[in-house]
Design a protein around this ligand. Structure first.
Ligand code: SAJ
Length: 444
């Protein structure tokens, strides 16, 4: 199909880069967001989200004259829905933004138009939720308008490159719809484009992220077992991963962000009795902040009034995104247990949370600390020289939840050093405990 004008609904982490990329590839784009603050910010040359290269891209799109920002949709050849799909308290998918966006298109839908849903959604959403809403226009899916599901699969921090270079899946309501989707994304996608049906494309996205979640869960569970048996998980993983068909991921503070910890629930809620492993993995990852807080508790014994400098709050290294961050959850648990936590998050110096002091510079965060806790492996934190840190803090205890610091170097600098999943460096608890390391048997 011929595409001269595109309407992108939702100007967040995916919609804004997508709208801007279409615009810089010579197509007229109306970017729509129902948050007036976002519309105002973008129209005035500002940016409400951070992503490397995004400022320049949006600027280029706006100054080309191809990108307009609006609070309401307009007639277009293609409509792309890229709104958030969070979950409710009970883990059911919250599709309200998808439903609102689809309804907002109905008055503008014309014969031969294409509608694409990009938002991660439970299986069958395109068929069971979108079709009935869009057919309210009087046009039939397939015969009257094209309809497809095409998930975004980009990595935060690398969105602009991956949007263009990654393979793209397009699941059509029918084969002509998938072809129409291909015509749309071919405007900028250089990666392979794979055509399939809508529900398969929905499953592809959910299974990719669930696969990762389950693999992170087993790494976290292995770390608990390694500690329990008095071994060092990081050594075990390094050795196991030399096997040509083994690739164990990294344990840590838990799973954060708006994708990996959310998407598996869409499968669990859609078929609870069939998704038992997926649910168990989610529970392992969700409880990981407690395991880290417990390690801190066992290391420092009584947390009441203890001053802890926490390194990192974002959901993963070297990003400014704090959504669902397990590091924040660990800090919250420590504050709840009576500790005074001062966090250092150079990527988000503006962040505030009740009971938590946040500083941009680590030097200030450690100045009054009794213990140091590494929660996020930002490059800048990994590169710290423990001798230099020792000269800036009275703390002589360092706890590493992500294997970002060199144990020997920190010990040489005078720190008692403890690491998540390392039964060899585990704190000994008076009277013993479930995770007390088992003394390795000698002899034989
Ligand atoms: N994590 C670990 N151990 C690991 C790897 C990650 O604990 O070995 C943690 C991270 O610290 C973080 C969380 O998991 O808290 C998720 O991080 P991530 O890097 O695995 O994923 P995201 O959420 O940043 O991006 C993912 C990507 N999906 C996959 O890698 C399968 C991306 O391609 C998707 O586009 C994105 O989710 C999305 O939007 O779905």
């Amino acid at each position: 199909m011929e595409i001269h004008k595109i309407c992108v609904l939702g100007l967040g982490y995916i919609g804004l880069p997508t709208a801007s990329t279409f615009a810089t590839h010579g197509v007229r784009v109306v970017g729509v967001d129902n948050n007036l603050q976002v519309v105002h910010t973008l129209r005035n040359g500002g940016l409400h989200i951070q992503e490397p290269g995004l400022r320049d891209l949006v600027q280029a799109a706006l100054s080309s004259g191809n990108l307009a920002i609006s609070a309401v949709p307009e007639e277009a050849d293609a409509f792309v829905i890229a709104v958030p799909t969070p979950f409710f308290e009970d883990k059911r998918a919250d599709l309200r933004a998808v439903i609102d966006a689809a309804r907002s298109i109905v008055p503008y839908l014309r014969p031969g138009n294409l509608v694409v849903l990009e938002s991660t959604s439970p299986p069958r959403t395109t068929l069971d939720v979108l079709v009935p809403i869009l057919e309210g226009s009087g046009l039939a899916a397939g015969a009257g308008f094209f309809l497809a599901y095409s998930p975004e699969r980009v990595l935060p921090g690398r969105i602009l490159q991956e949007l263009v270079e990654n393979a793209r899946v397009i699941g059509g309501f029918d084969a002509p719809s998938a072809e129409a989707g291909c015509d749309l994304y071919r405007l900028f996608v250089r990666g392979e484009i794979v055509l399939t049906d809508a529900t398969t494309a929905e499953m592809v996205k959910l299974m990719e992220n669930t696969y990762r979640d389950v693999n992170i869960a087993i790494a976290n569970e292995f770390s608990r077992l390694a500690q329990h048996f008095g071994t060092d998980i990081w050594e075990v993983i390094a050795i196991a991963n030399r096997h040509p068909r083994v690739n164990i991921l990294q344990p840590g503070a838990g799973v954060g962000g708006h994708c990996i910890g959310v998407d598996p629930w869409f499968l669990v809620e859609a078929a609870p009795e069939k998704a038992t492993l997926i649910r168990a993995a989610r529970q392992v990852n969700d409880s990981q902040p407690n395991v880290v807080a417990d390690l801190v508790q066992r290391t420092l014994r009584n947390l009441q009034g203890v001053r802890i400098a926490a390194f990192g709050l974002s959901y993963k290294p070297d990003v400014d995104d704090l959504r669902e961050s397990p590091a924040i959850e660990v800090a919250r648990l420590l504050v709840q247990a009576g500790a005074q936590v001062t966090a250092c998050e150079p990527h988000r110096p503006d962040f505030q949370a009740p009971g938590l002091a946040v500083l941009p510079a680590w030097e200030a965060a450690v100045a009054q600390a009794d213990a140091l806790l590494l929660l996020v492996g930002h490059r800048a934190f990994r590169a710290l020289d423990p001798l230099q840190v020792a000269s800036r803090t009275p703390a002589r205890v360092a706890i590493d939840a992500v294997n970002g610091w060199d144990a020997a170097a920190w010990k040489r600098a005078g720190f008692a050093f403890h690491r998540l999943g390392d039964g060899k460096s585990a704190p000994t608890v008076p009277g013993g405990g479930a995770d007390e390391p088992v003394t390795p048997s000698r002899g034989r």
